[in-house]
Design a protein around this ligand. Structure first.
Ligand code: NAD
Length: 648
């Protein structure tokens, strides 16, 4: 029996209960399938196989969870024997039935272990999934093949290409588990084991289900755009196809080969970097370990526009009561109605339980006077992007906020120190730069001013996690990290369309690189009239020309693109305007290929990223990658701009 070297507690223990062997693995904190666990399981099975008095096995885990996954620290290094495929092979081929009893989260290799068992029972609160695709991999130890044979191709394609986690109830409906259990998981598992020993269960991987090629091809073509450029989802779809049409051994071998291919390829390395980068970002470089966090129980949001609404919803979603203020009562009422409708829509679509949505709505209240923010622990300003307005608002906040309250600005570009100086307590001020829509986007740039107190920063980092966001601490400069780099890309894209590229060509090149959309489609979506002023417009830039023609973007049915039936199509009028503008600037237009577009859009960004590092605005190049992946749609499988530049 394997024991914890330091604690003399068995990692794998066998309890004989009537004619059933209950094998319990106890490898805190998360029962990862590390070498000692694997050795222990194989040794236990060996012992049980030789005992004729035993009919069946229940495999379960002590502590918080069933096996939470493979030991990813072993990836890329020497793997001790038996490896996970061998253990799963031993389980699948075992001479007696094995029932998996799952609680907590059975993910990746952990779920593959359960899938190789004869039957599965799950605690009602259990979750399970095959998240390997998020690391650029496929499950590889039979997970894809067995899941497909158990649940059918539709469910398997969804799970293995998204990496999505399913609930115990979903698993039951899919046929992935045989029972779910409210209280005594072990008792339920033993009942199943006894039934299995009477021959009442078929091995899950026994059934071949040919003739489903049309479904696979449809899925492949439906998701071709979404998965463009990505190796792992394509391999996962092939694995599902093989699981349906090939004998078990062939399908399993194919799955393993796909895993090995992906593991050796560049995308898994890039996604491994992304995973680590996000974890690393949680540590603010020069913040002393153990820096205390201030308690946040009540939030104020100033500005009921696009950002204020999203921020209020993100806070309410994290369980925080919010008081919202706006100078315009109409805007405020409109925002309250829109936020309520948004939560109700999410509930109607099944994305949020109805009672949770109602609770979120109940947490947001409007108020007309700044004094209503007097008891808030955190006040977030999201008014117009104008330094004078923001300074004025911060003076007002300073006058009403209680001592120790944190005062944050959601500014996109402005100087945090100037804003902080409008108050008598600049150490309580910082930037909390949310991204639109703020209740959806994961990134939070946490901007540290010259005087921001350490516990204010720590509180912001903790808050980001509480909101389910990725907080990245950055320094103060015009546009911080993300927008400062973005400005370089936008400038390059603007030059390219004057020199001869079309907006659609630039957008397509960046889309094919992996961005969800290009800069001109994005500008149309945001509205070209943001910051445009009819009285001051001089018709000198393409955006001014478009606005003067009433082409404010998608909302106006015309911008860079035309939008017949709401679909973006290239606009001949925009091209004519561009030709005229090039001529006025004395630029002779020429053909520009996609390679040049990419180089000219991306290289200045990287150069700016390096300057940002040199100036200490970002502490690490991986922080820049985390920002661009979570806030600006940089394709994660390319590892972030700085990683990409270092590895291309
Ligand atoms: P918005 O124009 O949609 O909303 C601004 C709101 O502030 C309006 O409702 C206005 O009535 C209100 N307001 C103006 N002055 C006020 C005052 N003195 N007191 C109270 N309310 C006042 O603007 P937005 O797009 O939500 O942007 C708000 C801030 O967030 C800006 O600083 C912007 O740069 C930043 N930001 C915007 C985005 C984005 O994508 N829109 C993303 C990140 C950050």
């Amino acid at each position: 029996m394997m024991t914890h070297p330091e604690k003399h507690r068995p990692i794998v223990q066998i309890d004989i209960q009537e004619r059933i062997a209950v094998v319990t693995v106890d490898h805190p904190p998360l029962n990862v399938l590390s070498a000692s666990v694997r050795q222990g399981i194989v040794a236990a099975l060996d012992q049980i196989s030789r005992d004729a008095a035993l009919d069946a096995v229940v495999l379960t885990c002590a502590g918080k969870t069933f096996f939470s996954g493979a030991d990813i620290s072993e990836f890329g290094g020497e793997i001790a024997q038996p490896d996970l495929p061998a253990v799963i092979g031993a389980i699948a081929g075992f001479s007696k039935p094995i029932v998996a009893a799952m609680h907590g989260t059975a993910l990746g290799g952990g779920f593959e272990v359960a899938l190789a068992c004869t039957a599965r029972v799950a605690d009602v609160g259990a979750g399970m999934g095959l998240p390997e695709v998020r690391l650029g991999l496929v499950p590889g130890c039979g997970g894809t093949t067995r899941l497909t044979r158990l649940a059918g191709p539709q469910a398997a394609l969804d799970m293995v290409t998204s990496g999505r986690r399913i609930t115990a109830q979903e698993a039951l409906e899919m046929g992935v588990v045989d029972a779910i259990c409210q209280d005594d998981l072990l008792a339920e598992a033993k009942i199943l084991a006894a039934r299995a020993s009477e021959g009442n269960f078929q091995r899950p991987d026994s059934g071949l289900k040919p003739g489903r090629d049309a479904l696979i091809s449809r899925f492949r073509s439906d998701t071709a755009q979404k998965f463009r450029g990505q190796a792992a989802p394509a391999e996962a779809i092939d694995c599902v196809a093989r699981a349906l049409s090939e004998p078990l051994e062939v399908a399993l071998e194919g799955e393993r080969a796909a895993f090995d291919r992906l593991l050796a390829g560049p995308q898994a390395a890039a996604l491994g970097h992304v995973f680590q980068a996000e974890r690393t970002a949680r540590k603010v470089v020069d913040l002393a370990p153990g820096t205390a966090s201030r308690s946040i129980t009540q939030v104020g949001v100033i500005g009921a526009g696009t950002m204020g609404r999203g921020i209020a919803m993100a806070c309410a979603g994290a369980g925080l009561p919010v008081t919202m203020i706006d100078t315009s009562q109409d805007k405020l009422q409109g925002a309250l109605t829109a936020m309520r409708a948004s939560f109700e829509r999410r509930a109607a679509r099944g994305r949020l339980p109805t009672d949770v949505a109602q609770a979120c709505v109940g947490r947001i209240a409007g108020a007309s006077e700044m004094a209503a923010l007097g008891q808030c622990d955190l006040i977030i300003e999201a008014v117009f992007e104008d330094l004078t307005v923001k300074e004025q608002v911060f003076r007002q906040i300073d006058a009403v906020a209680r001592p120790g309250a944190i005062m944050a600005t959601n500014t996109s570009f402005l100087d945090i120190d100037r804003i902080a100086d409008a108050t008598t307590r600049p150490d309580d001020v910082l930037g909390l730069h949310f991204f639109s829509p703020a209740h959806v986007m994961r990134l939070l740039e946490i901007v540290r001013g010259a005087q921001t107190a350490p516990d204010v920063l720590q509180t912001a980092m903790d808050l980001s996690r509480r909101m389910g966001k990725v907080g990245v601490c950055v320094g103060n400069c015009h546009g911080f990290v993300g927008n400062r780099m973005l400005a370089r890309r936008q400038a390059a894209a603007g030059e390219l369309i004057l020199e001869g590229a079309t907006p659609w060509q630039v957008d397509r090149a960046l889309f094919e690189f992996g961005f969800p959309m290009g800069p001109f489609a994005m500008a149309d979506l945001a509205g070209l009239d943001l910051g445009w002023n009819a009285a001051r417009s001089s018709g000198e830039t393409i955006e001014e020309m478009l606005c003067e023609a009433g082409r404010f973007g998608q909302k106006a049915g015309a911008g860079y693109y035309d939008y017949p039936q709401g679909q973006a199509v290239p606009s001949p009028l925009t091209e004519t305007m561009l030709q005229g503008l090039s001529q006025r600037h004395g630029i002779s237009r020429r053909a520009i290929d996609d390679g040049e577009i990419l180089t000219r859009c991306l290289d200045p960004m990287i150069k700016e990223g390096r300057a940002i590092l040199d100036e200490g605005i970002a502490a690490r190049s991986s922080d820049i990658d985390t920002i661009w992946i979570n806030g600006y749609g940089w394709p994660a499988w390319r590892g972030g701009p700085m990683y990409w530049a270092d590895h291309r």
